[in-house]
Design a protein around this ligand. Sequence first.
Ligand SMILES: CC(C)(COP(=O)(O)OP(=O)(O)OC[C@H]1O[C@@H](n2cnc3c(N)ncnc32)[C@H](O)[C@@H]1O)[C@@H](O)C(=O)NCCC(=O)NCCS
Ligand SMILES: Nc1ncnc2c1ncn2[C@@H]1O[C@H](COP(=O)(O)OP(=O)(O)OP(=O)(O)O)[C@@H](O)[C@H]1O
Length: 201
Amino acid sequence: MKKIGLTGGIASGKSTISHWLVQHGYPVIDADKISREIVAPGEPALAKIAEQFGKTMILPTGELDRKKLGALVFQDTRKRRQLDELLHPIIRYRMNEALNQLEEQGVQAAFLDIPLLYENGLETWVDQTLVVAVSEENQLRRLMTRNKLTEDQARARIASQIPLLDKVKRADAVIDNNGSIEESEAQLRCFLSRWSFLNQT
Ligand SMILES: CC(C)(COP(=O)(O)OP(=O)(O)OC[C@H]1O[C@@H](n2cnc3c(N)ncnc32)[C@H](O)[C@@H]1O)[C@@H](O)C(=O)NCCC(=O)NCCS
Ligand SMILES: Nc1ncnc2c1ncn2[C@@H]1O[C@H](COP(=O)(O)OP(=O)(O)OP(=O)(O)O)[C@@H](O)[C@H]1O
């Protein structure tokens, strides 16, 4: 099966593109979605988070306090690495499981929405990379607005990833998401029409 890695920077527009793909019937495996599923109440990874980062990371509802954990790990590289070491192997395992299921269904090509594809050296694991890119200014503004972060908090999150421009240089295909969503979707449709392997299902 062909694997197309969909990536970019934080708040560059991956989910927006991924949403369009799902709406149009393309198989998408979403690493962010999996990373939420594996820390749902009752999941072993959530208990490990409480053990390693403190019980205060769990809300009275039993759910992970994502805001609190985010505030901690994006201002402390050591803690972020600790969280990555805990969650990334499980995310990778679940992605493989999802891929195997698609393969059993005879699916010929799938999109893998992986925010940290380059950071985790997964370029060689996928057949193509599609990077969703925006200017630093748009990235900062959209991130601050969406997550209600101060400029310093947003900059810290952006700095926890490889610079978006480096990802653009390493990409097989790039969507410029500085314009309207419709303009980005048009670029996506153009790539889809060029990738003949997508029509073999
Ligand atoms: C720290 C957490 C709890 C913050 O939750 P929050 O709801 O605020 O953010 P969310 O999960 O929606 O992630 C938003 C974006 O942040 C970026 N991001 C998330 N985790 C990381 C990380 N460890 N390093 C760098 N960037 C990250 C990604 O671009 C991601 O798309 C959460 O991001 C998390 O559990 N991260 C560790 C797992 C992970 O690496 N996820 C991203 C790739 S699968
Ligand atoms: N072309 C666009 N014009 C204006 N706003 C946009 C555009 N594309 C995305 N956005 C907005 O920017 C924000 C970030 O987009 P999105 O959530 O798709 O990014 P992402 O790359 O998936 O982010 P993350 O890495 O944090 O998961 C969202 O609030 C989204 O609605």
